[in-house]
Design a binder for this molecule. Structure first.
Ligand SMILES: [Zn+2]
Length: 144
């Protein structure tokens, strides 16, 4: 099974971002490394850096990331030798499951999508090669 590994510290940063951005959806790009098992049966997405970005929609039900933020994030990732391992956003008033718009964009951006729901749960999903989406295991670890 594929997993996303995130530290407690990164989780706190994401929760603080969610609180600051409330009642709008908050979003962030997660940079890190991807490890694939020898038999290629599973992938591990390890988050190394949270890159906070603005939700240019300023909406409670959708988010978009501006071009300036995207360029800044990709510059940062390339200078730190990291790749995109996740797209994080919040659902201030609904659960941590992809919306219809999310499902559409998840097909275009085949990295884990990490959603923090209004109830406080966080879940990760990824496109399942055109067969809808599958949930990933989300592992919380101490920094180190
Ligand atoms: Zn969403």
């Amino acid at each position: 099974m594929d997993s996303v590994i995130i530290t407690y510290e990164q989780l706190s940063a994401l929760r603080r971002l969610a609180d600051r951005t409330y009642p709008h959806e908050a979003c962030a790009l997660l940079a890190g490394s991807i490890e694939v098992d020898v038999d290629r049966s599973s992938s591990t997405y390890r988050v190394r850096q949270v890159i906070e970005v603005d939700n240019v929609d300023r909406s409670s039900v959708s988010f978009s990331i501006g071009e300036d933020d995207l360029l800044r994030a990709y510059d940062l990732m390339s200078s730190n030798g990291l790749e995109l391992v996740g797209i994080f956003h919040t659902h201030p008033f609904s659960n941590a499951y992809p919306s219809g718009k999310d499902l559409k964009y998840m097909q275009i951006n085949p990295v884990p999508w990490i959603i923090l729901g209004g109830e406080g749960n966080m879940r990760a999903f990824i496109t399942d090669e055109g067969k809808g989406v599958k949930e990933l295991r989300l592992l919380l670890v101490s920094a180190g």
